[in-house]
Design a protein around this ligand. Structure first.
Ligand SMILES: [Zn+2]
Length: 408
């Protein structure tokens, strides 16, 4: 077996270097199509070339590297994750998967495969800058929407303009999508972003599927009034109504097998001496089972409407986002299971992903297989995000062995 310990060390060092490509001094923020993103991709391209890969940038700015097969008789295997980050991010979300893939192919440099193996750093997974997630992988999977080109960031720069500044031609965006026939499958290694593997004391786990999600924006309207003169019984307090609704959401999530979160709740024109007349809140509901997700959302909406009615409030809801639940390919899960057992000498753990990933988009065109790496306390999207070098070592061995399972 290939010794990977020094490689794991170097992956950790590279993650540190990648964290330096940030728009904020002292913290990591690297959004789609920014100058820092350009620098990060130039660095990745350099490492890809060092690993013996042919490199290119595609029409939406994804960075690719190919281990070229001299005589390809099978479709291409793609391995990747994303290179953009959230605001004030950790070093490993996305980046770890890209760096592992580059290192794995470097280790396999001298082995000839009957197919190309592509590493991809997807350029926009988080949606930090334009609030549109998965642009990079959606474009590869044939789902680029030309309407996205006019979406603007907070300073009024459109995606089309940002693409030109990044060295891309917006008219070509999404035109180089890959097709099902061309691909053998898509593999992604990613930090778990949850506490399950740590609780089970396991370095890695096999992902069974990625949760679908629905997000809503609610507007609760009551009647604003004087905090001193209107008796409590006669109020139509929008914030108290929202509070009851939020409580209901939590109770519902506990008994149904879903997660539901109200991340924002604000009183419009709130004041210390005014009964809240209008309150806005958000709702994010997820489940790895699409039917459960649909049913839960319907029941939550019914419950919220009931509460509004009982308090003589009006409530409007607007769906702002949805993603279908996606299952990981069962053959790829089995392969991961075999290599994980072989590498760790432990019973492999299978777990669903509550977070979205590029693999969701890639599932539209090819079988997907994901491996999770344990992360410290399950923390992610946070500078405290951390992984053990020993776990990176295990993940690297698993990925190398996984790629070898495709060798005839
Ligand atoms: Zn990620």
């Amino acid at each position: 077996m290939i010794s990977t310990a020094t490689s794991a060390q170097s992956i950790m060092q590279r993650a540190d270097i990648m964290a330096g490509f940030s728009e904020d001094a002292g913290r990591l923020t690297r959004a789609y199509l920014t100058p820092e993103h350009r620098q990060a991709h130039d660095q990745l391209a350099q490492w890809m070339q060092d690993a013996g890969l042919d490199t290119w940038q595609d029409s939406v700015g994804n960075q690719w590297g190919r281990k070229v097969s001299r005589n390809p008789t099978q479709p291409t295997l793609v391995i990747g994750s994303h290179s953009d980050t959230v605001t004030n991010a950790g070093k490993y979300d996305g980046n770890l998967g890209v760096l592992l893939a580059i290192d794995a192919l470097s280790s396999l440099k001298d082995i000839e495969f009957p197919f190309h193996i592509d590493v991809v750093a997807f350029a926009d997974e988080e949606g930090t800058r334009f609030n549109t997630t998965l642009i990079g992988s959606s474009a590869v999977a044939g789902g680029f929407n030309p309407d996205w080109l006019v979406i603007k960031d907070a300073s009024g720069v459109s995606i089309a303009q940002a693409m030109m500044e990044f060295g891309l031609d917006p008219n070509q965006a999404g035109k180089d999508a890959r097709t099902t026939d061309e691909l053998l499958g898509y593999l992604e290694v990613h930090i778990e972003q949850g506490p399950v593997l740590e609780t089970k004391n396991l370095p890695v786990g096999i992902v069974t599927g990625i949760a679908g999600a629905k997000r809503f924006q609610f507007q609760v309207t009551g009647v604003a009034g004087h905090a001193g003169t209107v008796p409590v019984d006669l109020r139509q307090d929008a914030l108290c109504g929202a509070a009851e609704m939020i409580n209901f959401v939590e109770r519902y999530a506990r008994q149904a097998e879903i997660v539901a979160t109200v991340g924002i709740c604000e009183t419009v024109k709130g004041a210390i001496n005014v009964i809240p007349g209008e309150t806005h809140f958000t709702l994010d509901v997820r489940s790895s089972n699409q039917e459960t997700l649909e049913r839960s959302v319907n029941e939550i909406l019914l419950g919220i409407n009931k509460i509004a009615k009982s308090r003589e409030l009006s409530v409007n809801s607007q769906k702002v986002y949805q993603a279908q639940a996606v299952e990981c390919d069962s053959d790829l899960q089995q392969r991961w299971g075999n290599v994980v057992e072989q590498v760790t000498q432990q019973e492999p753990c299978y777990l669903p992903s509550g977070a979205g990933h590029d693999a969701m988009a890639m599932a539209a065109i090819t079988p997907i297989g994901m491996l999770f790496v344990r992360c410290d306390k399950g923390i992610s999207h946070n500078p405290a995000e951390n992984v053990l070098v020993e776990d990176v070592d295990v993940a690297l061995s698993c990925l190398i062995n996984m790629i070898k399972t495709f060798h005839p």
